[in-house]
Design a protein around this ligand. Structure first.
Ligand code: KG4
Ligand code: ZN
Length: 349
């Protein structure tokens, strides 16, 4: 028998809802994004994001159900990203999900945002099953995760400071590119010289943790140095140090660190499947390096299609299905959590 679930995502600047069948097939998806509004501020403005979610949430949910051509009563469960993320944004999705679950008398399922990013892969690879190693890299996170089952996770390594997406966005803003900077720098990197800047690859002894703030600062220092030289000469900064070379050098350093850590985690765990997830898993340099790692280590590497790398509700619906199967249920006391450790239960236990 087929099981349809609704997933709702509102943790950042995208208001999305989606109906997914049996955790694997997208039946419908609807989205309203406030990214255009944030673009002129160079980053997400939380107050604006939550207000935009309020305007969009009901129309987006209605659109997803209508497009799926099902009656709301036919849905098996209502899942929602309950954290981590921007608290005002999360609250809009969580409140809508509670209302819908109560009205329809359906189970309410809290979903962890990073578990949902991992689940994006289930929508693309029908035979993918845990256990596997997951590298979740996004605007706010950088985690190496052992996915033991669909709903049990163990964090093997995490960033101690910045996330890679955050570093991409900061560098892009500094050199005057738009927002979000990740895709723009990724495109520029293809034309640049990756050996132009010598950048640090931070490692910690006996740890799979990451650190990207030293790398980010090193890039920003190089940009400042080139700007100062330009100020004292008739050259432009771009002629001394080009955007392309900045992008290529930075991308090479970030992707090398991510790939080296993933390789080590595969060795430690003995796993032969690596799953990429999160906004930065769209990165072409990262995908290329991971493809090479797959050949070298004779493992399988999975990455979501580009459309499912960044925030979407289909991935939330996929994870909702597995949480529902596993018996996870929340009651009307469910609250959004801006901080929520992957592997910890939604109610903090
Ligand atoms: O997963 P996501 O949509 O939101 C969070 O949960 O944080 O990730 C957004 C992040 C942004 O920082 C964006 O710059 C980055 O993913 N990103 C990329 C690429 N596409 C998106 N970073 C590097 N290369 C890309 N192609
Ligand atoms: Zn995300």
């Amino acid at each position: 028998m087929d099981h349809l679930v609704l997933g709702i995502e509102s943790s950042c600047d995208e208001t999305c809802a989606s109906v997914v069948k049996n955790g694997r097939v997208i039946v419908s998806a609807a989205l309203a994004s406030s990214a255009e509004i944030h673009r002129k501020y160079g980053g997400v403005v939380p107050e604006i994001a939550s207000r935009e979610h309020l305007y969009s949430i009901i129309p987006v949910i209605r659109e997803a159900i209508e497009k799926a051509d099902v009656k709301a009563e036919e849905l098996e469960a209502v899942g929602v990203t309950a954290g981590p993320g921007l608290i005002g944004s999360l609250l809009v999705g969580v409140s809508a999900a509670k209302m819908l679950a109560a009205v329809l008398h359906k189970p309410l399922i809290p979903v962890h945002h990073l578990a949902a990013h991992i689940a994006a892969n289930y929508l693309a690879y029908s035979d993918l099953e845990p256990p596997f190693l997951a590298l979740v890299v996004s605007g706010a996170h950088s985690h190496l995760v052992l996915a033991e089952t669909y709903t049990d996770f163990r964090i093997l390594g995490r960033t101690r400071d910045d996330a890679p997406g955050e570093a991409y966005d900061k560098i892009a803003r500094e050199i005057g590119l738009g927002y979000p900077g990740g895709p723009l720098l990724d495109r520029l990197a293809a034309e640049g010289d990756a050996t132009r800047l010598q950048l640090p690859h931070t490692r910690f002894a006996n740890s799979l943790d990451f650190s990207f703030s030293g790398l980010k600062t090193a890039v920003l220092n190089e940009v400042n140095k080139a700007e100062m030289m330009a100020g004292k000469s008739r050259w432009k900064r771009e002629e001394i140090l080009s955007d392309r070379d900045i992008a290529a050098s930075f991308q090479e350093a970030v992707c090398s660190v991510l790939t080296e850590h993933a390789a080590e985690a595969l060795t430690v765990t003995g796993l032969n499947k690596l799953v990429l997830a999160g906004g930065v898993s769209a990165n072409s340099g990262l995908r290329r390096k991971m493809a090479a790692l797959a050949v070298e280590k004779k493992i399988e590497v999975y990455a979501p299609p580009l459309s499912l790398c960044t925030d979407n509700a289909a991935m939330v619906a996929s994870q909702t299905y597995y949480e529902w199967l596993g018996g996870s249920r929340a009651d009307m006391s469910l609250n959004a959590r801006s901080l929520w450790e992957l592997g910890e239960r939604a109610n903090g236990k």
